[in-house]
Design a protein around this ligand. Structure first.
Ligand code: NAD
Ligand code: UDP
Length: 338
């Protein structure tokens, strides 16, 4: 059994990964500074004999006693409002933080997996995103702190692999949703569900025709572990995501339908540089890892709605995206019903 360090383990994805790896018999060392994560996400693991928690900011060097076989790095604010709130921090966690984890991995002779993102493709020029695409990122825009930070993190890992033969894995994660999403992080799935549960209109940015592809968290975690456990010559980058592409408007319709409500929608301005489309090509993950997502959207959404129902004792106002406070129109409700 392995001893595995998970940076960002108290976050949405990280807490599911901690749970899965402890369940498989490994010892997990979870490192987090609670920047966007929550103690509640890991409270059920804290008394487990094979789970350790270290409160630490990875932008500072880490000392970990004992052996470490694998490092998963998920530490980074992930939603646009969160990562844009302190852009310099977002860059630093992806540069200093990743450099510190690479140093630790080198010292411990551990494999390191970096959670990269579909955002490295920026506003994609192609209908589906393939790992060989170099991306279309605005390096001076408000999303650059995250997009360029994650691109720099990828380059740090590949340089360590080229120069020092360090065993690396890079995964490009596409929009993932599920229980333990932070209801205040401003992402589409958490916003729409909490808004609908609170009888508020769902805030569609732009005209809602932009697309995303949504992967359920259990499928994603399965892909992360498969990549980490794959042969050393499989470095990635590898896309992990669900190729079923939906417009934002369609997501609102699905959430409303599952809650047996009519879609109640308001339009708000599109955030700057919001990508027009996103759909992963997962041929590489299928061929190299034997991975593809298996959870249908409605099944995943029902589980997520159930989670939010249980966890929202009180009505919760969804977070607004930066600068988005003007309600433009409610006309789109008609389009959503059409
Ligand atoms: P999250 O915000 O829930 O989790 C990130 C975790 O990292 C939090 O627990 C936070 O407290 C911790 N953290 C932040 N800065 C830290 C630091 N300096 N030191 C230690 N811990 C720190 O977000 P998530 O959705 O779980 O995303 C996890 C990772 O996956 C992120 O790196 C994100 O960029 C990547 N990712 C997520 C998605 C998605 O759809 N969820 C998509 C693409 C990429
Ligand atoms: N979005 C929206 N309403 C919301 C939150 C998000 O219309 O309340 C849109 C957003 O503009 C984007 C898509 O949904 O086009 C996904 O946004 P999210 O913040 O979840 O992720 P990302 O933009 O990073 O893919």
């Amino acid at each position: 059994m392995k001893r595995i360090l998970i940076a960002g383990g108290a976050g949405f994805l990280g807490s599911h990964l901690c749970e899965r790896l402890v369940g498989r018999g490994h010892t997990v060392v979870c490192v987090d500074n609670f920047r966007t994560g929550r103690r509640a996400n890991i409270s059920h693991l804290l008394s487990h004999p094979r789970f350790r928690f270290m409160e630490h900011d990875i932008t500072r060097p880490l000392t970990v006693l004992g052996r470490v076989d694998e490092i998963y790095n998920l530490a980074c604010p992930a939603s646009p409002p969160h990562y844009q709130r302190d852009p310099r921090y977002t860059v630093m966690v992806n540069v200093l933080g990743v450099a510190n984890l690479l140093d630790l991995a080198k010292l411990k002779r551990a494999r390191i997996l970096q959670a990269s993102t579909s955002e490295v493709y920026g506003d994609p020029l192609n209908e589906e995103q393939v790992e060989s695409d170099w991306g279309n990122v605005n390096c001076t825009g408000p999303r650059a702190c995250y997009d360029e930070g994650k691109r720099c993190a990828e380059s740090l890992l590949f340089d360590a692999w080229r120069l020092y033969d360090q065993p690396i894995k890079v995964v490009r994660i596409f929009n993932t949703y599920g229980p333990r999403m932070d209801e205040n992080d401003g992402r589409i799935v958490s916003n729409f569900i909490t808004q609908a549960l609170n009888d508020q209109p769902m805030t569609v940015y732009g005209d809602g025709s932009q697309t995303r592809s949504f992967c359920y968290v259990d499928d994603l975690v399965d892909g992360l572990i498969r990549l980490m456990e794959s042969p050393p010559d499989i470095t990635g980058p590898i896309n992990l995501g669900n190729p079923e592409e939906l417009t934002v408007l369609r997501v609102a319709q699905r959430v409303a339908a599952l809650l047996k409500m009519k879609p109640n929608i308001v339009l708000r301005p599109l955030p700057t540089d919001d990508p027009r489309r996103r759909r992963p090509n997962i041929a590489r993950a299928q061929a190299l890892l034997g991975w593809k997502p298996t959870t249908p959207l409605d099944v995943g959404l029902v589980r997520t709605i159930t989670y939010f129902r249980r966890h929202l004792g009180e009505p919760v106002a969804a977070l607004k995206a930066p600068g988005r406070d003007k309600i433009v129109s409610i006309e789109v409700a008609r389009a959503a019903r059409a």
